[in-house]
Design a protein around this ligand. Structure first.
Ligand SMILES: Nc1nc2c(c(=O)[nH]1)N[C@H]1C(S)=C(S)[C@@H](COP(=O)(O)OP(=O)(O)OC[C@H]3O[C@@H](n4cnc5c(N)ncnc54)[C@H](O)[C@@H]3O)O[C@H]1N2
Ligand code: MOO
Length: 392
């Protein structure tokens, strides 16, 4: 009944390519609203930076040999008049435009002012920044597909952008299956707390999706079909579901996908844990990400397939995993890729396997940086450099 699992690395590539072919619409957004979106065009400098010769210290801007008679002052924001006569100076502020004719700048702390005459020894190199030091006009500063961070927004503003062409955040919905799930209070008597409804929307937001919350869907085929239809009608590009990926007595995801005419991009992946994960596409092109119900497995599916899916949808590059050095050995999982939770004491530090890593558990995951990747047929040995798929 279960489909043949596909190789983990190929599944990620397949999903990325499918999503990239349907990347999100491009919109012109104001700089203040652009954080978290993705550049849909290269960021090209609209001006040299700095745009004019700019004082980098407070002091006096000088012409010729000293001492210098101070003939005026130029502040940041002003158009500087020419410094036309040798032996004259102007008081100048950091960030001010350097007057044409200036020879150098004398720092405040290196000069002495008596009446209106300044003397002192300037540094050998003029303390100003010349146009084009940071970039020339038309330099490509960042390629299309770059995630827009506060740093990108600041750079765009610096070089003259008022708006950016950006791919909007894909809209996502989360449907949580499982009549055994509780929203509050203590688990027991066959009921378990829903660990995914309250956590996955936050994870999806960190991955660049726009999502409001989650919807609990009863364990019937009709409710599954209805839940998926409603999520499509609400304009979602991606519908994540949790649970019901197998073929148990109340697992209806596959049946619902069949009824809606969905086509699988990936149906079960050769990875442990989390193998029943899937990505399907509905006739309107929307993606369904079926995450297994076991909570750790759901996160494995998220980092394995939803991360490349969102990268494709937003026009970002394929998310190549980070690298880490194993602090201890990790067993392989035969023909399957093993994603093993690891802790790092500092970013980029050695990867320590953690305990409490059953697929139904989150105790190990909550203290982990991500999953170390042990490829099929291999074992992870202490000191090995491995891929590290980070948790959001
Ligand atoms: N006959 C077989 N049974 C199972 C196999 C198998 O190979 N043969 N694989 C197991 C594996 S591995 C996984 S993973 C699960 C995947 O099952 P489903 O995706 O259909 O998930 P459910 O059956 O709905 O739930 C599994 C498990 O997870 C708990 N769960 C579900 N949702 C949540 C949630 N939101 N928060 C916390 N816990 C949740 C649920 O109560 C179950 O315990 O299938 C195995 N079975
Ligand atoms: O593959 Mo399941 O996802 O081990 O828990």
């Amino acid at each position: 009944m279960t489909a043949l699992p596909v190789d983990w690395a190929s599944a990620r590539r397949t999903v990325y390519a499918r999503a990239a072919a349907r990347s999100a619409a491009i919109a012109e957004v104001g700089l203040a609203d652009a954080d978290g979106l993705t550049l849909a065009e290269p960021l090209v400098a609209r001006t040299p930076l700095p745009a004019f010769t700019t004082a980098s210290v407070d002091g006096w801007v000088l012409r010729g040999d000293g001492p210098w008679r101070v003939a005026g002052r130029v502040l940041a924001g002003q158009r500087a008049p020419e410094l036309a006569v040798d032996g004259t100076a102007m008081e100048i502020a950091t960030g001010a435009m350097v007057p044409v004719g200036a020879t150098t700048i004398l720092r405040l702390e290196h000069g002495e002012l008596r009446d209106d005459v300044v003397s002192g020894t300037p540094k050998a190199e003029p303390e100003w920044r010349v146009p084009g030091e940071e970039c020339a006009q038309d330099d490509e500063l960042l390629p299309a597909g770059t995630p827009i961070t506060p740093g990108v927004v600041g750079l765009a503003a610096s070089c003259g952008y008022d708006t950016l062409l950006a791919r909007r955040a894909p809209r996502a919905a989360l449907l949580v299956f499982g009549d055994e799930l509780l929203d509050a209070g203590l688990p027991g008597d066959g009921r378990v707390r829903d660990a995914l409804g309250p956590s996955l929307p936050a994870a999806l937001r960190r991955l660049g999706a726009h999502i409001d919350g989650f919807t609990r869907v009863p364990d019937t085929l009709e409710a599954h079909v209805d839940g998926l239809r409603r999520a499509v009608d609400a304009g979602n590009d991606l519908i994540c579901t949790t649970g019901g990926t197998m073929h148990g007595p109340v697992d209806y995801l596959h049946g619902a996908l069949r009824e809606l005419g969905a086509e699988y991009a990936v149906n079960t992946v050769a990875v442990r844990p989390g193998f029943p994960m899937l990505i399907a596409q509905l006739p309107g092109g929307q993606f369904v990400a079926g995450l297994p119900g076991n909570p750790q497995s759901a996160l494995v599916a998220l980092v394995s397939l939803v991360v490349p899916l969102l990268a494709g949808l937003t026009g970002r590059p394929f998310p190549t995993p980070a690298q880490a050095v194993l602090a201890e050995g990790i067993p392989g999982r035969g023909d399957f890729t093993h994603l093993a939770l690891v802790r790092q004491d500092y970013p980029g530090g050695p990867a320590h396997p953690v305990s409490h890593v059953g697929s139904a558990m989150l105790r190990g995951l909550a203290q982990s940086a991500g999953f170390a990747v042990v490829p099929p047929g291999e074992t992870g040995n202490r000191g090995d450099q491995v891929e590290l798929v980070e948790l959001p």
